[in-house]
Design a protein around this ligand. Structure first.
Ligand SMILES: NC(=O)c1ccc[n+]([C@@H]2O[C@H](COP(=O)([O-])OP(=O)(O)OC[C@H]3O[C@@H](n4cnc5c(N)ncnc54)[C@H](O)[C@@H]3O)[C@@H](O)[C@H]2O)c1
Length: 311
């Protein structure tokens, strides 16, 4: 035990396996009192037993984060069991791959209920309890590099983009009540990765969930006092801050934008300012012939040579 989280009570959602399990066990090793939540109650129990066997303190919760009453009960369990709540890792999540035009409404709803509503329900309940205690706290939301946009992951990407936006807004709202809010974009070899051939290529087995835990513990701990509103990515070897969307110059001004002036704005000014898009930073078609950058193929390679526009 290094004492980094000594005496702090922390809720980790989705902690029965994968990243959440690593965050919960490392938090306990660092001295935290941990609520180990997972909708799979047996797995939550397994992680809890593992912590207590090694001398840590933990309690299991089988609550479903996607249900607002259960999300509130999960936070309440932390307060009744440990007398306080100082930290939350909003980690529970699910994903699936689909070609966007075949996305199934039931899959969409289930994913949004867990990845977006679940994060909001547990986060707001935890923040309320932190405000009521007068001590504040730290929330770490688990987002994803996919929030920038990824093929076959549109709904998942959108849910993780929502988590990034929530992080910025919550950080703005909650600074005055002493709650810091940051987000982590992890990459680790878990069930979520095993399910996808493409993810497996980018994430070999040595990228274990344990490699992401020190970052999450830092953001929960007082060590990171003064750090809020940040989106931070760790994929094992690399650790970096993610840039945030901003209003790009030039901002053009007209009393009224009619169809002719919009057309001219794109033809004469914005043509060279269009942004590469998605995690793969695909160059927009109108610029491709000038930059000579072909889009990546489905297997992640770039065909070459890509013909440059002839004069
Ligand atoms: N593995 C990666 O490389 C990666 C990359 C980016 C983001 N993430 C994010 O990290 C988080 C953890 O992912 P993981 O890879 O460990 O996945 P995982 O599937 O191994 O674990 C997720 C856990 O969440 C639990 N869960 C799902 N719905 C729940 C609900 N409604 N209530 C409570 N628990 C619920 C599941 O039972 C499971 O045990 C997710 O939010 C995921 O989107 C993972």
């Amino acid at each position: 035990m290094n004492g980094q989280l000594d005496g702090k009570a922390v809720v980790v959602t989705g902690a029965g396996r994968g990243l959440g399990e690593a965050f919960a066990t490392h938090a306990a090793q660092a001295g935290a009192l941990v609520v180990v939540n997972d909708i799979d109650a047996d797995l939550a129990q397994r992680t809890t037993a593992n912590i207590t066997t090694h001398g840590g303190r933990a309690v299991a919760s089988g609550h479903d984060v996607a249900d607002p009453a259960q999300a509130a009960a999960l936070v309440e369990l932390c307060v009744t069991e440990f007398g306080r709540i100082d930290g939350l890792v909003n980690n529970a999540g699910l994903n699936y791959e689909a070609v966007s035009w075949h996305d199934d409404p039931d899959d969409v709803r289930k994913l949004v209920e867990t990845n977006v509503l679940g994060v909001i329900y547990v986060g707001t309940a935890a923040a309320r309890a932190m405000v009521d205690s007068g001590r504040g706290g730290a929330i770490v939301n688990i987002s994803s590099g996919a929030s920038l946009g990824q093929r076959r992951l549109a709904t998942y990407s959108a849910s993780k983009g929502a988590v990034a936006s929530l992080t910025y807004s919550w950080a703005l709202d909650m600074e005055e009540v002493g709650v810091r809010v940051n987000a982590v974009c992890p990459l680790a070899h878990t069930r979520m990765v095993w399910k996808s051939e493409r993810s497996l290529r980018n994430c070999p087995p040595e990228r274990t969930p344990a490699r992401i835990a020190p970052l999450v513990l830092f953001l929960l701990a007082d060590d990171s006092r003064g750090i809020t509103g940040q989106l931070i990515r760790c994929n094992g070897p690399e650790l970096h801050i993610m840039g945030q969307p901003y209003v790009k110059q030039p901002v053009l001004r007209r009393e009224v934008w009619d169809s002719e002036s919009v057309r001219r704005a794109f033809g004469e000014v914005f043509a060279a300012h269009l942004e590469p898009y998605g995690l793969e930073k695909r160059v927009p078609p109108t610029l491709r012939e000038w930059t000579g950058t072909a889009p990546l193929t489905a297997s992640g390679t770039r065909p070459s040579p890509w013909p440059l526009r002839s004069a």
